[in-house]
Design a protein around this ligand. Structure first.
Ligand code: ZN
Ligand code: MN
Length: 254
């Protein structure tokens, strides 16, 4: 089987993959952020990396080392910046990391790049980094970039079966059923089911305050309950994501 991890290849092997095989390069982008008492700080970049590996294996792609720090955690979707361990970047720093890495993959001769986002707060800054990199090239850029938030690939029937009482929305799904189930599939040794708290769902007003009112956020850092998470749900989600993201990659990149 073909190697799927860029950091395990020599530079010449890598060059062959991107220049001769025209392999798709996947760049996982996540965060280092509290995920409640039951999931590790690395959840967002571990899941972005794992999903990237699943898809890369299907399309013969390569997964680059993840960008493991993300934009600042927001109370309503990540718990906020007041948690110990949450380690975040200013927007300008994240934008620069994305712009620089996109430019480097282009310099390597990669033609097809997929940014796989695993942290809700990153979204617009990834778009900005990609846009600035492509603008620098002017004219026709030497590579095309696909950007995706992996959770957008779940279908309504899947969400209906995972959330029979109604889907709370992706923002409140922080450290909850989706991430916990997927972590049970990919990294079961890092999930502490016995520590899942009873907090949530969090009830936020329709505005923000600065400095943030940290008492809006459950002290555990979990925004809705993860109690319904199971390994079976995780396996079902991962299968759907793998198939549908691979389908999108093939559609765009052949
Ligand atoms: Zn997360
Ligand atoms: Mn996050």
């Amino acid at each position: 089987m073909k190697e799927t991890l860029m950091n395990r290849l020599t530079w010449q092997e890598y060059r062959h993959r991107v220049q001769c095989d025209a392999s798709v390069v996947f760049l996982p982008v996540g965060a280092t952020e509290q995920h409640g008492p039951h999931l590790p700080l690395g959840t967002d970049h571990l899941l972005a990396d794992a999903v990237s590996r699943t898809v890369a294996a299907k399309v013969g792609g390569l997964v680059a080392p993840a960008l493991a720090y993300g934009y600042k955690s927001q109370p309503k979707c990540g718990g906020g910046q007041h948690f110990c361990g949450t380690t975040s970047l200013d927007a300008a720093t994240l934008i620069s990391q994305v712009r620089d890495t996109v430019r480097e993959f282009a310099r390597h001769g990669a033609k097809k790049l997929v940014l796989v986002n695993g942290h809700y707060e990153n979204q617009w800054f990834l778009i900005e980094g990609i846009d600035l990199a492509l603008r620098e090239f002017g004219g026709t850029p030497p590579l095309s970039v696909m950007r995706l938030d992996y959770w957008d690939f779940f279908t309504t029937p899947t969400l209906d079966s995972i959330f029979p009482d109604g889907f709370p929305g992706y923002a409140l799904e922080h450290a909850a059923v989706l991430e916990t189930s997927m972590m049970l599939h990919y990294h079961p040794d890092l999930v502490h089911l016995d520590r899942i708290p009873d907090d949530g769902p969090a009830d936020f007003p329709p505005y923000d305050m600065y400095p943030p009112h940290t008492d809006w956020v459950p002290p555990s850092g979990v925004l809705s309950s993860a109690r319904a998470a199971t390994l079976e749900k995780g396996a079902m989600m991962v299968e759907e994501l793998g198939d549908r993201i691979a389908g999108a990659v093939r559609h765009e990149f052949g």
